[in-house]
Design a protein around this ligand. Sequence first.
Ligand code: T4K
Length: 378
Amino acid sequence: MNPPVPDSSAQDQPIYVTQPQLAPLAEFIPYLEQIWENKILTNGGPFHQQFEQALCDYLGVEHLSLFANGTLGLVTALQALRITGEVITTPYSFVATAHSLLWNGIKPVFVDIEPQTLNLDPAKIESAITPQTTAILPVHCYGQACDVAAIQKIADNYNLKVIYDAAHAFGVPADGGSLLSHGDLSVLSFHATKTFNTFEGGAIVCPDAKTKQRIDHLKNFGFVDEVTVVAAGINGKMSEVNAAFGLLQLKHIDAALARRREIAALYCRLLADVRGIRCLPACDSERSNHTYFPILVGPEFPIGRDALFQKFRDRNIFVRRYFHPLISDFPMYRGLQSAQAGNLPVARNASARVLCLPIFPGLKDEDVLRIAAIITEC
Ligand code: T4K
């Protein structure tokens, strides 16, 4: 979607829900010079290899495979585990989560979310399992960890695979190892709007070298060597420019995460006592990367969510309703039995109340004060 054109009559500069974190341009020039020197632009070049290793070290995981974007990562993760039939997933996410299933000819089965975290509710998964179910595709929504232990227990009982859509979960702190090591695979996004970006990009975190090798083949048309193709793979490779940029971005990520934490803490302080506004646990938690700052606008708030959304737009502040509409309401999904209105009450309620406030390292404290004041003055 193109960024909305700001109202030129408004006095305030536009503030978008996010703005990409960019390492200084001057620091990137030597990387570009090296690429020009190497003349290797893609297909697993030296920056690609260095970036994969540097990311493994940073994220505390053993193996990962870089991708051109997170959506291709999701599509390929499902192929790598040979998932078929039906997959249980959340309606409360970006549409790419469920689209990755359709791209593989798999039927999504939507299960409702849990009201505190807005993640897939483990208590509701079992009743949606059928003989066709082969996997669960949960999302660590807003970077808030799913109940990974409860999900794994169900998966073990029913012999299901678990693929986490971890598009929001870069650098989420976790006890005893990385959050990204849970389940069979986890898929990250490095899109411009994410906490950590490589312009476009993504990765699959894999448990072992053999799985990584299969994924590496699948993202390169299924080629194993010059004359052997083992699967109908796709072109999902990350280019050298994106990989080199990622390598540089890693040097700045800790400062970016720290600034996000400060902004989230300031919002939390300013909004703590506002009747009818609920900040989600992901907002102030020590276990968040603060990719988003979602609030829920309750019935006790003097105006409705959409009126508040408009109030922001009138002031050139482009808050977003992530995730409204629910995925299950889009035309390619709404005919499914699991998409029927009565089936997903918690997700529907959250989708009608949520607003994501601007949060990004370049956001100034005075902007946060101004944004919070628009809410409190209601
Ligand atoms: N799974 C989940 C759970 C996801 O959230 C996503 C992506 C995926 C999978 C798929 O991963 P990728 O294939 O994308 O790697 C955005 C992003 O395009 C999308 O990546 C993201 N989720 C989703 C939640 O948000 P839009 O349509 O809201 O983006 P857009 O262009 O309206 O951008 C939002 C604001 O950000 C703009 O108003 C201004 C600012 N912006 C945006 C871009 C692209 C910039 O300042 N610079 C930029 O370059 O979807």
